[in-house]
Design a protein around this ligand. Structure first.
Ligand code: CUA
Length: 324
């Protein structure tokens, strides 16, 4: 399952070139298509190079100059027809296959019964909104297996690129434009992705995780996300401090303050495994580090150090660590 052990296992698995192990469409279709093109070109290469090498060896100049010369062929109808028709057929067949794949992969409208997700790129994190469920989360996308997810991609600031090698190809997130992408996961588990377009200092720390669940497990996760933030016993002081500092200008915690849109929604912060778009493990010690000085974990991060006292940081981190 998706516990800490699964995560560690997945993190080791990530080191293989992920696009060779698709676990969703259209990644599988893209790999098939790429393999067909490579195999065809490899076949042509082997034939042409084979003939070339054979000719070089068979008809090389010898010191004795035995006058061995290949037969001089002019205007052979068979040869000329062959090297015209074969390439034309190759181009037509590959062209038709390409057109078919483009039609299958590019979809402008959401298919019937699909899950809709709005993805907004920010410097340097991912906003993930589930309009059908009415909540927003960040940096960790949850999807049900065997159901198409239809993603709308937008950007808040500069051009980013949404790339999940095991699930789909790359699609850019462009300011003032809406791009779309669909994914149909075929296996449960966790896969990783990455912003694939240089978007500033922390482009490399704009990571994305996707958790693919069984449908009922996904519904349970979504219902948990729909809840308002709870206030656990003993964190009231941290909650009050959070609510009266500038934290709430950027962060929404549903049930506390919903004006902040600039930073990630923190309503269920502890349901996420990582902090700062994959830059650190999401635990209390890293939360303290992050609030004390975001630049320590992520130099250039848009979040300022709030200049709170050590005690206040402890209180705020304690409150955030209670938001499950
Ligand atoms: Cu966002 Cu690179």
């Amino acid at each position: 399952m998706l516990g800490a052990a699964g995560l560690a296992a997945a993190e080791t698995a990530v080191r293989t070139p992920a696009f060779f192990e698709p676990v969703a469409e259209p990644a599988g279709m893209i790999l098939d298509y790429g393999s067909l093109l490579v195999a065809t070109c490899l076949g042509i290469f082997i034939v042409v190079m084979g003939l070339l090498i054979f000719t070089i060896i068979r008809f090389r100049a010898s010191s004795a100059d035995d006058g061995l010369e290949p037969p001089q062929v002019y205007g052979s109808d068979q040869l000329e027809l062959a090297w015209t028709i074969v390439p034309v057929l190759l181009v037509v067949v590959l062209g038709l296959v390409t057109a078919g794949r483009i039609v299958a992969i590019q979809r402008d409208t959401a298919p019937e019964g699909s899950l809709s997700v709005r993805v907004v790129g920010h410097q340097w994190w991912w906003e993930l909104e589930y309009p059908g469920y009415g909540f927003t989360t960040a940096n960790e996308l949850h999807l049900p297996v065997d159901r198409t997810a239809f993603l709308e991609l937008e950007s808040q600031d500069v051009i980013h690129s949404f790339w999940l090698p095991q699930l789909s190809g790359k699609t850019d997130l462009i300011p003032n434009r809406r791009n779309v992408l669909w994914i149909e996961p075929k296996e449960t588990g966790m896969v990783v992705g990455q912003c694939a377009e240089y978007c500033g200092t922390q482009h490399a720390h704009m990571l994305l995780r996707v958790f693919v669940h069984e449908p009922d497990e996904f519904e349970r996760w979504a219902q948990e996300q729909q809840r308002q933030a709870r206030t656990a016993p003993g964190v009231e002081e941290g909650r009050a401090l959070f609510a009266r500092t500038a934290c709430v200008n950027c962060h929404t915690v549903r049930g506390v303050s919903e004006i902040g849109r600039f930073g990630p929604d923190l309503t269920h912060l502890m349901s996420r495994t990582t902090l700062a778009a994959g830059a650190a493990t999401n635990d209390r010690a890293n939360l303290v580090d992050w609030i004390t000085d975001p630049n320590h974990i992520k130099p250039g991060a848009r979040m300022p150090a709030m200049k709170l006292s050590e005690r206040e940081i402890g209180l705020v981190a304690g409150y955030l660590a209670s938001l499950d």
